[in-house]
Every structure is written in C-alpha cells, then in structure tokens.
Design a protein around this ligand. Structure first.
Ligand SMILES: Cc1cc2nc3c(=O)[nH]c(=O)nc-3n(C[C@H](O)[C@H](O)[C@H](O)COP(=O)(O)OP(=O)(O)OC[C@H]3O[C@@H](n4cnc5c(N)ncnc54)[C@H](O)[C@@H]3O)c2cc1C
Length: 403
C-alpha cells in the first residue's frame, strides 16, 4: 500500500518511521530544498508520552543529547528587580519525562532515522489530489497513492486542498509572536531573558549546541493586526512600531531585524476542525489540530498523533476509513483538552493589565519558593491542566507490529 506524507518536520518523519515498520511503502514530500538543519527554528517540548514514542523509535539518547539545557527564565520589568524562574523545577512538576529541543535538531534526528527506508522528495509540494488518489506535484511527475497525509503544519497545503480555506477553520487567540535569529551577544548559555510590560514581551535565549540566539516577541493588541502573511517587510515594520519605544535590550534586538537570516511572524491561532479525514486523505500534527503555536505543547501532540495514526493503519491492515475513524477517536480527547489548555495559556502568556503582570511575577515567586515535592504534588492535583500531556495514555501499538 502506497502512502504519501506532505511535510518532513516532526509529525511526518514519526509517521513515516512507524508506517515503514508495518510494511507500508512511504513517500514524503517536503517544500524546503533540504532536510531541516538547525539555523532557524525554535525550541519545542516533548513530554512523557512523546518521549516514550521517541524511546520506542530508538532515538531517545540522541534527543536528550541535543536538549537545549535552558534551565532559568529571567523576567525583567521596568523599575523592578528581575525575578528568575527555575525552569527545571517547573518542568519537573509538569512532567516526569520532559525534553526541550530545537525543532530543527529533532527534525534532523527523525529524518536521519528514516531516510534509508523512505522516499523523500525535497523542494516540491502537492498541487492537486484526485478522488482516486492521483496526486500532482508542482515539479515531480504525477503519481497514484492509496493514502495521502497532510503533516505540513499549521498552514497545511493538504488541508486547504481537502477542507478549504484556513480562515474558516481557525480562531485567533488574541496574540502574535515573532521569532528570529540574532547573534548571541549577551553570551547566554542555559538561560532565557525577557522584558515584560502590559500587552507585550520581548525576549532572547540561546541553547546548548547553538552558536547564535533567538529573539522572541509577543504582542497582545486590543484588536487584530492588519498585515499580509507573506509580507515579511511589513511584519518587521509592525514589530518596530509596536516595540520601538521599549527599553532593555529591545533596541539592539530590533536592530538585528535588518540582518537576521531567519524571521518568523504569525498570529497565535487555534485550529478548530472536528474531523481530520476526508476520503483517502487525513491530517496529523499541527496540520490537523494545532492548539496554537507556543501555547499548547503541540510538538508532543504531533509525535503522539503520528504514532497513533500509523498504529491504527497497521491494526486495520490499510482499511483507511476504519483506521482514520479509530485514529480520530484515540486522539480526540487529547486534542479537545489541549485546545482548552491553549486558550488559558494564551491568556496568561502576555499580561493584559498591571494586575495580570503582578500575578505573573507572583506566580513565579511562588513556584520558586515551594519545595519541589510540594510543587509536584500541587501539579498532580491539576492533571487536566499543567500535567495535561503526561496524563495522556497512549496504546502500545508495537505489540501488534507486523515486522
Ligand atoms: C514560534 C513558535 C514557537 C513554538 N514553541 C513551541 C514550544 O515551546 N513547545 C512546543 O511543543 N511547540 C512549540 N511550537 C509548535 C511546534 O513547532 C509545532 O507544534 C510542531 O513543529 C508541529 O510539528 P508538525 O510536524 O506537525 O508541523 P511543522 O513543524 O510545522 O512542520 C510542517 C512541515 O511541512 C512542511 N511544509 C509546509 N508546507 C508544505 C507544502 N506545501 N508541501 C510540502 N511540505 C510543506 C514545512 O516546511 C515543515 O517541514 C512553536 C511553534 C512556533 C511557530
């Protein structure tokens, strides 16, 4: 059975790995000209269920070896002393097995693990999908596939071709974010620093294995911004307009906008599809159920979703209608809970008032002073909230492996 996956970041290669193990013939098409290599991108989180799957793939040690090592967040505010959040303590409370890694590092590990068994096509994109599985590409010759999977991210091409315009399927969660590469001129190692005011945050972090740093900007305007998603210069102007009067390191970070080799700007948007499959097409990862970039732990969900989809396709021996239905049932609760979690996190991310800013700083102080066992116990009481990801039970599909 021939399966085409669009997207070679996280969900795509995880899905490809498990499908190949079950005997499927897998092709992955990726828009970028080469496999993702660290040089841009951002840090992502893998929580316990995703780490269990990474362990089953056999790359857990490689993933841990590439962990960012970021263990402190320093919060600066105008006219106040900085406060430091102990991130190790926070993540220990939230998850029993958490790794933060740069997305491109994770992607590279997953690509290397699958490249000899999977047919990867780079620098191409699907242009049409026929009901009979005939797929046309922008550059490569047309081919027929039994199943087509969109693992091509929040702005998925496969989803648009199958389900229609993105604007009908998303909800804005009230904020925007920008990430771009900057020199590590503060010589940060295992720390993230940020400057917080009402309605806006600017920050910078570096990580182990990185020669440069990332500047991050979060903005919570009173109403949606008017910009074109492809107009990078307009987006940079927006950032300058909204952050130009900020102090701390912000003038230096904004000055790097003219030189940065990688720039990302997007709204924090949640996908609200209730089904991810139509005919022989289905979606996985951010393409299907992104709860919002940077607010919902969606990388873990991309790994878990890909594993479940592959497991159900193997269990239903390629009966894709039955497999897609089982996949949606298995992942549904996780998706719904992560959506609620993301809406709450998006509200807390950027304080909308002086009171919310004060509450944010005091929450940090509380986490710091609570003894670790107490913060772990408190987090466990809130398993549906902060321990959302660890509380997800994933079937062990390896038990029914056909290999
Ligand atoms: C700024 C930012 C910060 C984030 N922070 C966090 C965090 O702290 N923690 C966390 O867990 N998650 C975070 N995320 C989310 C995380 O990056 C995603 O959840 C995760 O990468 C999803 O993986 P994916 O494989 O589903 O999609 P993606 O990683 O988005 O990959 C999609 C792939 O599809 C490719 N593609 C796109 N269009 C096409 C096409 N037409 N044809 C072929 N290929 C195509 C892309 O090039 C890419 O390789 C953040 C996201 C952003 C943007």
């Amino acid at each position: 059975m021939r399966i085409l996956i669009s997207g070679a970041s996280i969900a795509g290669p995880v899905l490809a790995y498990w499908l190949v193990r079950s005997g499927f013939d897998v092709t992955v098409v990726e828009r970028t000209p080469t496999p993702r290599k660290t040089g841009g991108g951002h840090a992502v989180d893998l929580f316990r269920p995703a780490m269990q799957i990474v362990e089953r793939i056999g790359v857990a040690e490689e993933v841990r070896a590439k962990a960012t090592g970021t263990d402190a967040l320093v919060i600066h505010r105008p006219e106040h002393k900085p406060v430091t959040l102990d991130l190790r303590k926070m993540f220990t409370a939230v998850s029993d097995n958490h790794v933060e890694i740069m997305r491109d590092d994770l992607s590279e590990i997953l690509y290397n693990t699958t490249s000899s068994d999977v047919d990867y096509i780079f620098a191409d994109s699907i242009s049409a999908i026929g009901d009979d599985g005939e797929v046309t590409f922008e550059h490569s010759p047309a081919q027929r596939f039994d199943i087509i999977v969109g693992a091509d991210g929040l702005h998925s091409n496969v989803r648009t071709l199958t389900f229609g315009a993105e604007s009908d399927l998303t909800t804005w969660l009230g904020s925007y974010l920008a990430i771009f590469s900057v020199p590590n001129y503060l010589e940060l190692d295992n720390v993230m620093e940020m400057f917080v005011e009402v309605g806006r945050i600017a920050g910078i972090y570096s990580a182990a294995h990185m020669n440069d740093a990332r500047a991050g900007f979060f903005l919570r305007p009173p109403k949606p911004l008017d910009y074109h998603y492809r107009d990078t210069e307009q987006q940079k102007r927006l950032l300058r307009n909204h952050f130009g009067d900020m102090s701390w390191e912000v003038p230096q970070l904004l000055a790097e906008l003219d030189r940065t080799p990688s720039f990302y700007f997007d709204s924090i948007t949640q996908l609200r599809l209730d089904t991810w499959s139509r005919g022989r097409v289905t979606l996985v990862g951010d393409a299907a159920y992104c709860p919002g970039p940077a607010v919902g732990g969606s990388s873990s969900m991309a790994v878990v979703g890909a594993y479940i989809l592959a497991g159900e396709l193997a269990a239903h021996v390629g009966d894709y209608a039955a497999a897609f239905a089982a996949y949606e049932t298995e992942i549904g609760e996780y998706v719904r809970r992560s959506r609620s979690f993301a809406v709450a996190s998006a509200k807390m991310l950027v304080p909308a008032s002086r009171l919310e800013l004060w509450a944010m700083v005091n929450a940090v102080r509380l986490i710091n002073v609570l003894p670790a066992p107490v913060s772990r116990a408190a987090a466990r009481l809130n398993a549906k909230g902060v321990r959302l990801h660890d509380s997800i039970a994933v079937k062990d599909y390896t038990a029914s492996d056909r290999t």
